[in-house]
Design a protein around this ligand. Structure first.
Ligand SMILES: Cc1cc2nc3c(=O)[nH]c(=O)nc-3n(C[C@H](O)[C@H](O)[C@H](O)COP(=O)(O)OP(=O)(O)OC[C@H]3O[C@@H](n4cnc5c(N)ncnc54)[C@H](O)[C@@H]3O)c2cc1C
Ligand code: SF4
Ligand code: SF4
Ligand code: SF4
Length: 374
């Protein structure tokens, strides 16, 4: 390895505005106890805190999802070639599943499948717990550790009255800073839930055999088209643009668009769909520089797209992912809807279209960036 440092990340990633704030670099550097870099706040790229102490090990550079140094290694391991020929990554079958547990289903984002699998893994003592994301308010999440069904349900915001908290929140972001949180639990066996950028950095750490990836037993990847960030002063504009009061939002689902479920009918309709392209003012700019929609390096990927309401689309990818999914199905923890090859092909086509659209968005964005136009 050449001696790349965090300074190279600043120049090649941060200064171009494409840091995805995945936290991989910070997580490794502080976990290895170098503690040279850190986040000043969770809504901007990390910074060099103690440049003089940097060991120039280069790891932060190699595990960054925006340098793509380890792409070919990961592609070999996860049987991926390119998005043109494999738009949704490696898979044998795509499922549409639902939790059998009433509470996981009721409070789940889609079919409550991710939480059901985590809970099963905890009960079977295959993991000690998982770093998940606590919903504090609409567009506001925080990383937290869950090692019981109670914790998993609490994190889903199920029994939370979020309205009183709205005044206290100054910045709203759907992205969860969960990777640096792994450092607190590195002596436990963990499941990690994450977006494609987060799973990518973990897979790079595992490929290089560096901390804190050693105890991650399984990567549960979420589909991700983009994430949203805005400051309090923009809430008013958002409410006006979409005729949705924040206090009325009961739940947000992300599928082929954003789906807002409103309390008591809110501003008229009970369910409001907002297409992604109406939300450009609120999108995290670095998401433009990202091409993976279906989380191609996860053990199992999950999303709402392609499934009916209250079901989750599930793509097992690795040997471990397939094994766990089969065990969960056999144990009667989740059920799968009958999906014939015709239905499955339709789902795959939908996923592939979103994947192609994301790849195209990145190409256009990167071209503009090269020309200095972003
Ligand atoms: C930011 C984001 C963007 C998404 N974009 C899309 C999209 O464009 N299209 C699409 O079809 N699906 C998208 N999804 C996936 C979808 O919203 C559901 O998460 C997925 O279908 C699983 O649903 P479920 O009911 O099975 O999960 P549940 O059983 O509800 O469990 C979800 C679990 O994931 C945890 N979690 C969520 N986000 C994180 C995180 N970042 N870090 C750690 N833990 C986390 C929750 O705390 C919970 O434990 C996105 C999800 C997220 C979080
Ligand atoms: S010590 Fe290594 S990981 Fe930390 S900032 Fe320096 S080069 Fe990056
Ligand atoms: S590793 Fe993640 S947080 Fe660090 S510079 Fe790269 S994208 Fe940003
Ligand atoms: S689109 Fe999703 S995976 Fe890509 S950078 Fe944004 S949050 Fe990460």
């Amino acid at each position: 390895m050449t001696s790349k440092t965090f300074q190279d990340l600043i120049e090649e990633v941060h200064n171009k505005g494409i840091c995805q704030e995945c936290g991989g670099c910070v997580s490794f550097c502080s976990s290895a106890e170098y503690d040279v870099i850190g986040f000043k706040d969770p809504y901007s790229p990390p910074e060099y805190k103690h440049k003089d102490k940097c060991l120039e090990c280069g790891i932060c550079y190699y595990i960054c999802p925006q340098t793509h140094i380890l792409d070919s290694e990961l592609n070999k391991t996860y049987k991926f070639s390119d998005f043109e020929s494999m738009p949704i990554g490696h898979y044998e079958r795509v499922y549409s599943c639902q939790a059998k547990d009433k509470e996981f289903l009721e409070y789940g984002t889609d079919g409550g499948v991710v939480n059901s699998i985590i809970n099963f893994l905890i009960e079977q003592k295959l993991i000690d717990g998982a770093v998940v994301s606590q919903t504090d308010a609409p567009f506001s999440r925080e990383a937290t550790f869950a090692d019981s069904k109670y914790d998993l349900l609490k994190a889903s915001g199920a029994k939370l009255d979020i309205s009183p908290q709205l005044d206290e929140i100054q910045k709203f972001c759907t992205y969860t800073q969960s990777i640096p949180k792994l450092n607190h639990y590195k002596f436990k066996k963990l499941a990690v839930v994450g977006t494609p950028c987060q799973i990518y950095t973990i897979r790079c750490m595992q490929d290089l055999g560096v901390t804190p990836s050693e105890n991650i037993e399984i990567c549960l990847g979420l589909f991700c088209y983009e994430n949203f960030f805005f400051q309090k002063f923009q809430v008013e504009k958002f409410e006006k643009d979409f005729n949705i009061k924040f206090a009325d939002i009961e739940k947000i689902n992300i599928k082929e668009d954003l789906i807002f479920k409103l309390k008591n009918g809110g501003s008229g309709a009970k369910v409001v769909h907002v297409p992604f392209n109406y939300l450009n003012d609120y999108m995290r700019p670095a998401c433009n520089a990202c091409s993976d929609f279906t989380n191609i390096y996860a053990d199992i990927s999950f999303g709402g797209l392609g499934s009916q309401d209250k079901y989750t689309t599930v793509i097992p990818r690795t040997k471990m992912g397939k094994h766990i999914l089969q065990r969960v199905i056999d144990a009667g923890i989740i059920k799968c809807s009958d999906i014939d090859s015709n239905k499955m092909n339709k789902t795959i086509e939908k996923l592939a279209n979103f994947s192609h659209s994301k790849v195209k968005r990145r190409e256009t964005f990167m071209k503009k960036l090269e020309l200095g136009g972003v």
